[in-house]
Design a protein around this ligand. Structure first.
Ligand code: TPP
Ligand code: MG
Length: 564
């Protein structure tokens, strides 16, 4: 923490700009005008990029992508009229436990309830999507409240924070008080602490794992937040325990690792669900054991013997009664288990490992024709297979929901522990702006976003932002001319097969997104044949510009549904 005691009168704007720089913030994402004086001070006093976007929701998604890619809190801002758009954008960060700090302008006690232009009481709307939802009415509160925001956003299971600054544009920042810019560097990133677990809890959980004949790990977002992938893989190898992951934890273990069975749950891989459902002990690590990861508690079935490792005590045993629970940081706990692990106990699992390998092979065999398909329009599974082969070793893959989440969650494999994977926690349209934020947070790594066309339409205007701010991500649009994850649902709604007219509920005008991207100043590449995917990606990786690769794919291709 910087020293306190040289108090001189300073404006809130000076203090906020210095604090953000002190916390290592490199970008803020916003729609003006909010905290105007603070932006002027940022220019004078810091190198922070003030990324001026086309909508508050996409600004929040950019901050979210920045946070999930870099582990540092992402900052987004809006004046009072844009506050609820920001709140909507925090919803995905809340569901995915991403440390995002939203700063908005808001009501002045002197004029509230008098019908101030553009004003409503925004604070309650932030309540369900934040860990801390606070108002700053007095400029002297900047140093403690901004510190509290970073502390809450990064601690335990991370999540969003909202700070509302007095004044529709947060004009409280022009006022002065005797204060210093205080920074607690510890809370500039996730995780701020690595709580060590009780030794008896660690031993009890390890004993169960070692005794089990068919144990399996289910690694969640807590493993990625803790940076515990290496420890997970090392423990899995030492004890010969296969590992499934949640969608949020997909980059905990490379898909090409022989002990990886894939993503389990709803947007999943068949081999993962089958393996989890054959296990005699499931060890959840950093997983909320929610409906998406467990296919609504059918994978594994409730009653399956389970143990759980989590940093939040309340998460332990929430959905599965536990035989052992361990409270602590995933990396620290897994490392402690590895130290105590009895490798000889792995022998009894040889037939389980064979069974799991057979499930993996069977799955790869089943989809081999799709992975190698030369069909025109392109089969999305082929697109996933091309990405498995050609995403660079240090690539960050950012994936939308809908079929994008299903295709990539199930069919794409990370090849290296240095690759990262981030996914929408359910909001269509999240991935493209999140990918821009990821590029801001990790400028030296290639960022490859995978989105459907409906997902891309949401925030397409941000192509212009990417060009203006040189946020050089690569966006692959799986362009099937419709929101075809909706197809099955409308078939059902029409009693089996929908009418031709029902397609107006989920299809769009055919579009060439490469051409639109070019018009906005990005590099656009249209791909109509599968053999052109790899060359397009190579060209995009060399371009050093924002790139949109528009892949024309088959509207009839539906992603496989989960098995349980
Ligand atoms: C904010 C939001 N609204 C609606 C949905 C419901 N939804 C899920 S997938 C989907 C269509 C996806 O279309 P597209 O991005 O083109 O992908 P495709 O399924 O065609 O591959 C919709 C509308 C959602 N997930 N999020
Ligand atoms: Mg589509």
């Amino acid at each position: 923490m910087t020293s306190i005691g040289h108090n001189t009168k300073r404006t809130g704007a000076e203090v906020l700009a210095d604090m953000l720089a002190g916390y290592g913030v490199t970008h803020v994402f916003m729609v003006p005008a909010v905290l105007r004086r603070t932006f002027a001070e940022m220019e004078r006093r810091t190198k922070i990029a003030r990324v001026h976007c086309h909508g508050e929701k996409s600004a929040a998604y950019m901050a979210d992508g920045y946070a999930r890619a870099s582990g540092k809190p992402g900052i987004c801002m809006a004046q009072v009229i844009g506050a609820l758009n920001i709140a909507a954008g925090l919803r995905d960060a809340y569901l995915a436990h991403a440390p995002v700090i939203a700063m908005t302008g808001g009501r002045d006690p002197k004029t509230k309830f008098r019908g101030v232009y553009q004003e409503v009481d925004d604070v309650p709307a932030f309540e369900p999507v934040t860990k801390l939802n606070a108002t700053i009415d007095d400029v002297a509160r900047f140093p403690d409240m901004v510190r509290q925001a970073f502390r809450v956003a990064t601690s335990g299971a991370p999540g969003p924070v909202h700070l509302q600054f007095r004044g529709n544009e947060g004009q409280v920042d022009v006022e002065e008080a005797e204060m210093d810019a205080l920074v607690e560097a510890q809370f500039a990133h996730v995780p701020p602490f690595r709580p060590v677990a009780d030794a008896a809890q660690v031993k009890a959980a390890l004993d169960l794992l070692q005794k089990a004949e068919r144990p399996i790990f289910v690694a969640g977002g807590g493993v990625r937040a803790s940076g515990a992938g290496r420890e997970l893989v090392a423990l899995a190898e030492a004890l010969q325990i296969p590992a499934a992951t949640s969608l949020n934890g997909k980059d905990s273990i490379p898909g090409t690792h022989p002990l990886s069975v894939g993503v389990c749950g709803s947007y999943s891989r068949e081999s993962a669900n089958r393996a989890v459902n054959r296990a005699d002990l499931v060890c959840f690590v950093g997983s909320g054991t929610g409906g998406m990861t467990t296919h609504f508690w059918a994978v594994p079935k409730i009653g399956t013997p389970a143990i759980q490792i989590d940093i939040e005590a309340e998460a332990l045993g929430r959905n599965y009664p536990l035989q052992a629970s361990v409270l602590g940081d995933a990396k620290t706990v897994l490392a402690a288990m590895l130290e105590l692990a009895d490798k000889a106990s792995a022998q009894k699992r040889a037939s389980w490992i064979e069974e799991v390998a057979a499930l993996r092979n069977e799955w790869y065999g089943k989809y081999k024709p799709a992975f190698e398909s030369d069909a025109v329009p392109i089969h999305p599974a082929r697109l996933c297979a091309e990405l498995t082969k050609h995403v660079p070793d240090d690539g960050i893959v950012v994936v939308d929901t809908g079929h994008a989440g299903m295709w990539m969650g199930g069919m794409y494999d990370l090849r290296s522990p240095k690759q990262s994977y981030m996914r929408s926690a359910g909001h269509l349209g999240w991935a493209f702006p999140a990918g821009l934020g990821a590029k801001a947070g990790c400028p030296d790594r290639p960022v490859i976003c995978f989105t459907g066309d409906a997902g891309f339409w949401y925030h397409i205007a941000e192509v212009e932002t990417a060009v203006r701010w040189k946020l050089n991500s690569i966006t692959i649009v799986n362009n099937n001319g419709g929101g075809n994850q909706s197809k099955r649902g409308f078939d059902r709604a029409y009693g089996g097969t929908q009418t031709e007219k029902a397609r107006e509920l989920w299809t769009y005008t055919p579009m060439n997104f490469a051409r639109l991207a070019e018009d906005m100043g990005a590099l656009g590449i249209r791909v109509e044949r599968a053999c052109d995917i790899a060359p397009a990606l190579a060209r995009a990786l060399a371009a050093d510009r924002p790139v949109v690769i528009d892949v024309v794919s088959d509207i009839e291709a539906l992603a496989p549904l989960a098995v349980s």
